[in-house]
Write a protein that binds this ligand. Sequence first.
Ligand code: SAH
Length: 386
Amino acid sequence: MSSVVINARGEQRVRTGHPWIYRADVVDVHAAGGDVVEVVGPRQRTIGYALFSDRSQIPIRMLTRGDAPFALSVIRDRLARAIRFRETLALEATAYRLVHAEADLLPSLIVDRYGAYLVVQALSQGMDRLLPFVIECLTEFVAPEGILARNDPKVRALEGLEQTVEVLAGTVPETVVVSEGPVEYDVDLRRGQKTGLFLDQRENRDAAARYAHGRLLDCFSYHGGFALRLARQCTGAEAIDISADAVARIEANAARNGVSNIRAREANVFDELRRLEKTGERYDTIVLDPPAFAKNKASIPNALAGYKEINLRAMRLLTPGGFLVTCSCSYNVNEDLFAAMLHEASIDSHTPVTVVEKRMQGRDHPVLVGVPETHYLKCFILRRVE
Ligand code: SAH
């Protein structure tokens, strides 16, 4: 059996419950990239079994702890449990996450369901090697009409893996229609961002619907997720995205849903908020759902400056009594940093706001306690008091 020896710091990290061991804590390797390895501590004790990568900054991702030898049934049982958990959620949606990687104890594996189809991502050498077995299990448990591998994220290149999009089982059509609450979407699983939709915002869209009213501005709209969910209860909705393709999708989705009060436009939100402020526009509900501004630790200060700018402008554009639904999906900006940024934005914009709800990603994307990387999405619902 392949094995890897780690130092005392690595062993300590495993003890705290984190599944990742960094390169600096790996002392000796008797394994090839993609192997399941026995992880041995500094005193020759077996600490557990893990996925091994020979290219990644995270060469070890723990699968099991203790000296019981690893068996594929562990993967099979975890897949079954992950799927069963989602069934118990009784989500009012036909698209949701079935497997959320580390949080389901299946490191670097994502499985999303879009109606009768599954989309999978294997984001490490070890999970890539296990993928045929995973597909076998998914076929047995879910019996999908097709399984698509969206193995095109950049992290695959960092792992020395090919970036591919391919059908691994059955057939997968060009677009798939799914529903999320009252909204229907036409999704391009091969080319959409992530695996097609931002499934992690489903419950935040529902939460926003408790407050949305009047004139709505949906910034960073992508395919219109928030606008489509909220427009019916608003007098009018404007959706902004920098991508022409996204704007076309918003319009197509609005037509599919028979929602006639959404106007979508292609623009940079930073410029647009400045322009709207100058022309004296006011909105009763504003959504800010930008892409991750902080991709790594070094970019945190710039990211915070970016978040602050859009949030303070949005606060100024709000009518008294209006709501701001503001999000960050950068896990490098944790909830405390995000809250502190909102505080500064409130002071600088001279806008008193209250926190009405403090939220995160949906329940099908759970957070593993002790692994902050699995808590990436923050969503605060603020109310401008006056
Ligand atoms: N709110 C969406 C998801 C947003 S994803 C939903 O609920 O589904 C982030 C979106 O921001 C992407 O569609 C991207 O095209 C867009 N984007 C990135 N930078 C932008 C900018 N500066 N101005 C406007 N849109 C931007």
